[in-house]
Unconditional design. Structure first.
Length: 129
C-alpha cells in the first residue's frame, strides 16, 4: 500500500512520524482549548468509524478524555478507508468552535498536519529510491 497524500487521499498508509503528527506544544494548546470550550466527545469523533471510535481508551474525566483521545489520534495512522482520524477530529473541533478566537489553535494544527504529512511523503519517497 502506498502513502496517503493530500493529492492522493484514497491510499491508506501505516506511516506515522516517530513523535506523532503534531508537536507536543501544539498538542498542549489544543488540549487547553478543547477542555476550556467543553466540546462534546461524540461530536469531535463524528465521521470516524464506530469501530475506530470505540477502540479509543475511555475515562470518566472529560478533561482526561480529551488528553487520551488527542494522544491516541496523534499516533494513529491513516485508516483503510483513507481517513486520517486526527484530521477528522480537528475539522470537527474547528466546526464546533466556529468563529471563536480559540479556533485559530485548531486551524494551526490542521495546517501543521498538512505540512507534516507532505514532509513525511517526501521523506518516504526519498528513502524508497
Amino acid at each position: 500500500m502506498g502513502t496517503r497524500t493530500l493529492d492522493n487521499p484514497g491510499e491508506p498508509s501505516n506511516v506515522v512520524p516517530p513523535d506523532g503528527w503534531l508537536p507536543r506544544d501544539l498538542l498542549r494548546c489544543l488540549r487547553r482549548v478543547i477542555i476550556a470550550a467543553g466540546l462534546d466527545r461524540h461530536a469531535l469523533l463524528g465521521g470516524l468509524s464506530p469501530a475506530f471510535a470505540q477502540s479509543l481508551r475511555t475515562t470518566s474525566s472529560p478533561a482526561a478524555q480529551v488528553c487520551i483521545d488527542l494522544d491516541e489520534l496523534n499516533r494513529a495512522p491513516t485508516l483503510e478507508d483513507g481517513i486520517l482520524p486526527l484530521r477528522i477530529w480537528l475539522e470537527n473541533a474547528a466546526d464546533l468552535l466556529g468563529p471563536r478566537g480559540e479556533a485559530m489553535v485548531v486551524t494551526s494544527a490542521l495546517t501543521w498536519l498538512d505540512v507534516e504529512r507532505r514532509v513525511l511523503i517526501c521523506d518516504t519517497m526519498s528513502i524508497s529510491k
